[in-house]
Design a binder for this molecule. Sequence first.
Ligand code: ZN
Length: 201
Amino acid sequence: MKELKIIPLKCPHCGRNLEGEDVNVVFFCPDCYLALEVVGEVLKKRNLETVKAVSEGEIVYLPLWCFEVNLKLKWEKKVKEEVLRALERLEKVYVRGFTLRRTMFYADIGLEYTERGFKYTPEGKAIPTTCTVSLIEAKRMAEAIVLRVIDRRVDITGLELELEYLSEKLLAVPFVRKGHRLEDLFARIQIPLATLGSVRI
Ligand SMILES: [Zn+2]
């Protein structure tokens, strides 16, 4: 029988209990400003950065993975000019770190941030709410997002894509609360609170 090990969910730096639900994969210590991902039986530190918010009401921070990447494409077809242009600008890939119910009805924030080239100023030490997407999962999703950026322009049949990851971090991205919705300050994507199943606001 497999032995179950219990990881103490405590900040390795200050010893504080890390709060969060079972669905979380990354926990945060607000005192030490640390992001700690449960990987197997250990807590691994992840780079954490807070995106500066231009205050316009009640701000809520959601997690977004940010990868600096090099793209390698293999394609039988001649790659179209517009694809190359779009990919030239693509240096960072963003992947949402929270789970949405009924994803298909809403714009994918990771895709929009990636395609529009999100630029931000790091400021402050706000920590994001519940992070339910692991680094490994986020990397898998990053590839799908790049493919979707290309797919919006040209048929991607036969395309082989490889991402080389140069850096990775978890961003606390500001959203403003608007009634029963959260709206981000960059792409103005609205997310109904009801679809944020695992997020505690
Ligand atoms: Zn701590």
